[in-house]
Structures are given as C-alpha cells and as structure tokens.
Design a protein around this ligand. Structure first.
Ligand SMILES: Nc1nc2c(ncn2[C@@H]2O[C@H](COP(=O)(O)OP(=O)(O)OP(=O)(O)O)[C@@H](O)[C@H]2O)c(=O)[nH]1
Ligand SMILES: [Mg+2]
Length: 281
C-alpha cells in the first residue's frame, strides 16, 4: 500500500444481511482468523479488482482506486462459506511470474511457495488477452485455479462479450464472470472457490507441451540439485526452468542461500517467517 488506510472497522452486523451473504451463505470474518480450513490467494494483473473482491468477501477495507500498484504487500482476511473457514490473501498486482519489482516478487513468491489451496486469478474483461499471460503462467505451477473475469460491466459498456464456458473448456479450470464493485457474480465465484478447495471440482489445466528431451534431462538434473540444497521446496521445477532461462534474481537467491527462505514446510510457518500486516493496510 502506498498510503496507509486507518485500521478497518470490524465487519458490521449489516454484512450478515447483505445480498451477497444471502445469495451465497457468506459470513465475512474480517481479520478474525484463528483457524481456517482452506487458503485462497487473489492474484492478477494490477488494477483488475483483486482488493475489491477481497473487501467484498472479508468485510475489510483494503485500499482500492483507479490506478495500478495500490496493493504493495499482502493483506489477509477471512470468510466462512458452507461451514468452512477460508483465509484469503490479497496480493500485489503482477503482469508475470518473471517480474522483478519488490511488490511483484511478493505476489510471485506467494503463488509459487505459499501453497494456497486455490489461486483466484482476477482478470480484466476489457483486456482479457493481455491478462491471460499471467493465467497461463499460474496454470503451469498449480492445478487449483479459478479464473475470475472481472469488470464485466465495463466490458459490456464497450460491447465486449466473454464466452466464459469456452474459456473454461480451453483453460481446463472454472471461469466466473463478475462485476465485483456491484457484487455481480460473487456468489458464483464463492461456489467455484469452494468446489476447487474441497476437491468437488478437479481442474485439468491447459499446459504447454512437453519439453524436448535435452531440456528435460537438464531440468531433471537441476531439480535434483535444488532438492538436495532445499529439501521440500515447492515448484523446484519452475525454479530450475527460471535458472536455465537466466533469471538473475533466482540465481542470486540460490547463491545467497535465500531461496530456502521461500520454502514453506507448513503454511503457518510461512506466516511466521513472513510477518506482514494482516489487516487492510
Ligand atoms: N466498473 C467496475 N469497477 C471495478 C470493478 N471491480 C473493481 N473496480 C474498480 O477498479 C479499480 C481497481 O480496483 P482494485 O480492487 O483496487 O484493483 P486491484 O487489482 O486490487 O489493484 P492493485 O492492487 O493496484 O493491483 C477500483 O477503482 C475499483 O472500484 C468492477 O467490477 N466494475
Ligand atoms: Mg489491490
């Protein structure tokens, strides 16, 4: 966050009677998160409405506004839905998982190493093609993805239609269209999150074709070495690919031994190792 908001007020009684609550059986938990069953990450390009979704589901007041780069650290909140408690993490906007700015690294590291049960990629319906770059990158590292195509009201105003069913078939993950500012589509988004989190829906994401044999053997060798150095590091294969691609920040993390800091044996350990403000900031 560039400017600090005041501490959020706890969710009001009215939250329990709002339309999203009634339609979706949602209970906004604010920052009251003693224990949770599933963790959800909100990722996406800058300015696509991640914090707007976060606020609608938690009752918190994460900073929103009409310019990119507002959320610069992760913020956490909670909600309950169908008897399950969810911790939801609002991440800084990122165009790609290959990014290097600090706020983008926070998002990248959490998606890669935070082991969320569901990663919701919030995309801008008016710029869908550009947003799909990040979607495809996220699909390379996790099966458990829901694509939220937001700003549908803006898209309609520009005469843009989104074939969400075809998109879901092509990508192999659930796709939900929303206009988060007015609450449109949020009950459906909640249902999709719950279905993926609980395993009622199993995603079969579109993946790039297999690597050529020479690359495969180099990758396997490198993955074994990374695992020897950092046992249990999630997504070691992705790290190896980045190293082979000459990613300086990955190479630096490996040389300095800081890559291990990103390895999260248990999610609670991650939280302890990376204390951040857990309210709207
Ligand atoms: N018209 C319209 N505006 C929306 C919608 N969802 C969010 N917005 C607006 O879009 C702007 C950006 O929303 P944010 O929630 O701050 O976006 P973000 O993805 O968190 O942005 P960063 O943290 O900067 O990456 C704000 O002005 C929101 O009010 C929507 O569905 N329709
Ligand atoms: Mg934000």
């Amino acid at each position: 966050m560039k400017s600090a908001d005041p501490m959020p007020a706890p969710p009001k009684e009215a939250c329990a009677t709002c339309s999203i609550y009634r339609a979706a059986n949602l209970k906004k938990l604010g920052v009251n998160l003693d224990a949770w069953d599933y963790m959800v990450a909100l990722a996406g390009n800058p300015n696509t409405g991640k914090s707007t979704v976060f606020n609608a589901l938690t009752g918190l007041r994460q900073h929103t506004g009409n310019w990119p780069g507002k959320t610069v650290t992760r913020a956490e909140g909670g909600f309950a839905y169908e008897e399950q408690r969810y911790k939801i993490v609002d991440l800084p906007g990122t165009y790609s998982l290959l990014s290097t700015s600090l706020d983008e690294e926070i998002a990248r590291d959490f998606i890669l190493f935070g082991q969320p049960d569901v990663t919701v990629v919030v995309a801008d319906a008016t710029r869908l093609e550009r947003n799909l770059n990040l979607v495809l990158q996220v699909l390379e590292i996790t099966d458990r993805v829901v694509l939220c195509v937001n700003l549908m009201d803006e898209a309609r105003r520009h005469g843009v239609q989104v074939d969400d069913r075809q998109l879901a078939r092509d990508l192999g993950v659930p796709v939900v269209t929303t206009a988060a500012r007015s609450g449109e589509g949020l009950p459906e988004l909640l249902r999709a999150i719950a279905e993926v989190a609980t395993g009622r829906v199993v995603c079969r994401p579109h993946r790039l074709e297999d690597e050529p044999p020479a690359l495969k053997s180099a990758l396997n060798e490198l993955v074994a070495q990374i695992h020897a150095l950092y046992p249990g590091l999630p997504n070691a294969r992705w790290v190896a690919l980045r190293l082979l691609g000459g990613d300086e920040s990955m190479a630096e993390a490996l040389r300095k031994g800081t890559l291990g800091n990103l390895a999260i044996p248990a999610r609670t350990d991650f939280d302890r190792a990376n204390p951040t403000v857990s309210t709207a900031s």
